[in-house]
Design a protein around this ligand. Structure first.
Ligand code: ADP
Ligand code: MG
Length: 603
């Protein structure tokens, strides 16, 4: 094929114009896009070679090399992947095949500002090279084709007007593709090793292919005048050594099989992404298949960050698409009440150029979010189950377990309590936020109670200990544990030996609005309305109360009159044992605790 000049498809020309005019603040994404293409090309080769191993041409170590030449002002990304035939170069680098991109381009208004906003959120693939290059040369040979059927593709991205590219045949021994960027004057930074390495670490660390750069070494300058104080040397320089080094970690830990990953490696990865020094409490690692395919690697930290309750607290999940980093803090991947979870989601379905806005609307993202939520809840359920060592059964015999199982059980003791002390209050937000999982969440709640000091009583524990005839789960909210414990409202419950849950988290009051009952048993505040102890009250007590109410009628009327601006009603009560009087709120009234909170907030 002799040299030919061809025009870009109209949409490409339009896109190129925008790329070169509007992506100034986002320059570095070009490298992510080009490395991702190189990685795709290697994936494609691997796939085709399954049925045709000859395609490897005795070179099956797939990799990406990034080189630069300061003098020539070029940056080159080379892969030994599938390569492009001449026709493929024309088709794939001159048109936009993806319907998504076409749609995108058709949405552009021509208003530069609005468009640049849009395009900033949208990856532009190969064409993003033109952000930093005023000319791109692609040289490629498709795997399996003879060396003299390679192709060279050159374009200035439409800078010369018209929007055209040239293609010609060349001879190229090496299989695969080199993308040579002729750097613009204002993009010379990208011909420096530290800069390029920094970008690779940021965006492409977890590409599972090695990304290699030529090693550089500091070389002292020439000796000019040995008697000189500074050694008499000219300034030195970095010189290439001819050796290659892999600059990415090249191990997307989540893309490896579970059995090949040690606990220590899981922990190290957690520390790397969370900046936590301590190991996490638990992790879950799964490849989810089905209509939405993704890999999740999620961790539960052992310690809450200081800003957990700040409005601008960052979500802890990183989103990758096929091992290419897309974004940090992907809040759409988990509900807000699980914002303490750290980890990675790698989707096979989302487009590389997905933006936060698009994430919110994506159906795949919704499926991922639901899947993540379920996994986190089951991790918590497992921790909760293993929080204490299994108790001996009624016959005094514990289940027989292997030494290994026993060690594992022991290692997990206390983890859920630790988790709950750090994150329990956040978890409760889920009662109001995630109705679908309310049942599971309510089983994960833990409280202090009038009979247990530690925050360790689950609603199920409570139910199991309920007195015969007790029809409600009783609780009291207060600012502190001491205040709750010494509340006069507890007196009758203490006397009758009825356990009362003590709730002291600020969020409790709000969260309980969403939890009316547990497993069919209503939750009832001991500080609201008349306490109806139902069957727990014996006939004699009931009668005495009725008589007292009758006898004290005149006094009650007087008290009511005296307190008319302060209290709605004054009643005789059976709830007190030692104290003469206490304040309660109406059944459906705002609790004193909530009222105080609102007052503090200035409402
Ligand atoms: P996408 O990667 O989403 O398909 P791009 O604009 O990044 O879109 O790339 C366009 C096409 O160019 C790719 O689909 C592929 O066919 C081809 N291509 C780009 N880079 C390479 C490469 N390094 N090796 C082989 N083909 C490539
Ligand atoms: Mg691409």
């Amino acid at each position: 094929m002799t040299k030919q000049t061809m025009n870009f498809q109209a949409e490409v020309a339009q896109l190129l114009h925008l790329v070169t005019h509007s992506l100034y603040s986002n320059k570095e994404i070009f490298l992510r896009e080009l490395i991702s293409n190189a990685s795709d090309a290697c994936d494609k080769l691997r796939f085709e070679a399954i049925n045709n191993s000859g395609l490897y041409e005795n070179d099956s170590e797939l990799k990406v090399k990034v080189t630069f030449d300061k003098d020539a002002k070029t940056l080159t990304i080379t892969d030994n992947g599938i390569g492009l035939s001449q026709q493929e170069a024309i088709d794939n680098l001159g048109t936009i095949a993806k319907s998504g991109t076409k749609d995108f381009v058709s949405k552009l208004t021509g208003d530069q500002k609005a468009d640049s906003n849009l395009i900033g959120q949208f990856g532009v693939g190969f064409y993003s090279g033109f952000i930093v290059a005023d000319k791109i040369t692609v040289e490629s040979r498709r795997a399996g084709l003879p060396a003299d059927q390679a192709v060279r593709w050159v374009s200035d991205g439409g800078a010369s007007g018209g929007g055209a590219f040239e293609v010609e045949s060349i001879t190229r021994e090496a299989r695969g593709t080199s993308v040579i960027l002729h750097l613009r004057d204002d993009a010379q930074d990208y011909a420096q090793a530290w800069k390029v390495k920094g970008i690779i670490n940021k965006y492409s660390d977890h590409i599972s292919l090695p990304i290699q750069m030529e090693k550089e070494e500091w070389k002292d300058g020439e000796l000019i005048n040995p008697s000189d104080e500074n050694g008499g040397r000219q300034p030195g320089a970095m010189v290439k050594t001819g050796e290659w080094e892999t600059v990415n970690k090249a191990n997307a830990i989540w893309s490896r099989a579970k059995k090949d990953i040690t606990q220590e490696q899981y922990d190290d990865f957690y520390k790397q992404i969370s900046h936590d020094f301590e190991a996490p409490l638990a992790h879950t690692h799964n490849r989810v298949e089905g209509s939405t395919e993704y890999t999740q690697l999620l961790y539960i930290p052992g310690k809450a960050p200081v800003d957990l309750y700040n409005r601008d607290h960052k979500a802890g999940l990183k989103l990758y698409v096929k091992r290419v980093f897309i974004m940090d803090d992907a809040e759409a991947l988990l509900p807000s009440y699980l914002r303490f979870v750290k980890g990675v989601v790698d989707s096979a379905d989302l487009p590389l150029n997905v933006s936060r806005e698009l994430l919110q609307e994506s159906r795949d993202v919704k499926a991922i979010r639901d899947g993540n939520t379920k996994r986190v809840l089951s991790m918590l359920e497992t921790l909760a189950k293993n929080d204490k060592l299994p108790e001996a059964g009624a016959d005094g015999v514990t289940d027989v377990v292997s030494a290994e199982e026993k060690a594992e059980q022991e290692a997990n003791v206390g983890k859920y309590s630790k988790f709950y002390a750090e994150f329990g209050a956040v978890l409760k937000e889920g009662l109001g936020e995630d109705f679908a999982n309310k049942d599971r969440l309510s089983k994960l709640l833990r409280f202090a109670s009038s009979t247990t000091d530690s925050v360790s009583v689950s609603l199920a524990d409570y139910k199991a200990r309920m007195k015969e005839g007790q029809e409600a789960i009783y609780y009291i909210t207060a600012d502190t544990l001491a205040a709750a414990k010494n509340s006069p409202q507890l007196e009758v419950f203490k006397k009758k030996g009825i356990e009362v849950l003590l709730m002291t988290d600020r969020v409790d009051e709000w969260a309980l609005n969403y939890l009316h009952d547990f497993d069919g048993t209503p939750l009832q505040s001991v500080a609201k309305g008349a306490v109806d102890l139902g069957k727990l009250q014996d006939e004699a007590e009931k009668k005495a109360a009725e008589e007292a109410a009758e006898a004290f009628k005149p006094l009650l009327a007087k008290l009511k009159e005296a307190l008319k601006d302060k209290a709605d009603d004054v009643r005789v009560t059976t709830r007190l044992v030692d104290s003469p009087a206490c304040l309660v709120v109406q059944d459906h009234g705002m609790s004193t605790q909530l009222a105080r909170m609102l007052k503090q907030a200035g409402q």
